[in-house]
Write a protein that binds this ligand. Sequence first.
Ligand code: NI
Length: 392
Amino acid sequence: MEKTLQLAMEAKDYIVEMRRYFHSHPEASEHEINTCRKVCEELEKMGLEPKVVCASNTGVMCEIKGKGPGKTIALRADMDALSVQELNDVPYRSTTDGLMHACGHDAHTATLLGAAKILTACRNDFNGTVRLLFQPAEETAYGAKAMVEAGCLDGVDATMGTHVNSGMKAGTFSVEAGPRLAAANWFKYRFVGKPGHGALPHQGIDAGLAACAGALDLQHLVSREFPADKALVITIGRIEAGTRFNVIAAAATLEGTVRCFDPEIFKAVPGAMERVLRGVADAYRCELVVEKAEAVTMPCYNPEKSSARGKATVLKLFGEEGIGFSPAQMGGEDYSFMMDRIPDSLYVSVGTANPEKGTDEPHHSGRFNVDEDALPGASAVYAQYAIDYLNE
Ligand code: NI
């Protein structure tokens, strides 16, 4: 058995204890004060010197130096919880009503602490530096950007981040090359018309009708303007117009999100949407105001090189049994901002599904849970991947 996995198994009680602590004390995005304090305390107990970073003061950066000089790799975990009511009846259930670690970020924080334990015990086995990044606010896509702005990636040559996956078998790890998670944007367009009596529409300018036409015409972009072999979703999740049943709507808003894997398409879509909506606004005698069209996440894409390295790491630790498969998904992940900054990056999906234990419930559900037996393996993958990279 590899030394990292041996150490991970020895640290299992610690990793599970940490995971349960974070699980029972969830904190909302940008409010991870107690989580941050606990992480710092644990790292200090290992003889490390963590630094609190980000404007929210809820990010932690901490370095572990190897035996000699070398490259630097950053290992990233997120720490925030979600506004979800926990429905699990477990001794470590959330102690805060309406707030829960329903996406497994408690497991990420705990397994990165486990990796810190392993790596401090393996300092003589690598050259260079491992930088641990405990980021706040993934759910609001604030954290990764804030960590980058705080300089957490300065001097970093490679990064690796993980996310538990309740749709994939516990004990397996997906490190496939190519698209993993989608780029997402958040748009808000406003049509401005002119109010009038509902009985005399010709005296006003109906922004509501223009918005309806705009909502329909945007879907033509998906079917007629962008290539059919490249996944693209345009969703309008909110339409708002008018004030009263017998008054012509003077204003109407379309709000939604774009999802796709291809960075070039992601860049091109907002311009195309604006062109279509301007045309519609023009045809209906309205003004168009672009209130928002901003990237929430970038595409999360594993390059061939880091994917191959990750596969070798998983094979070394667990053999073929450890290799999992997870299809690309339209969900977003703000770790993509770190991947965008440091091209040699790897997103690892960590299987935690075990139907016998009920840990195959969907993410963001009040019944979400992880198979804790899979957590030491995740710590070992963090540590071993860093060592493999630094010794390349
Ligand atoms: Ni998540």
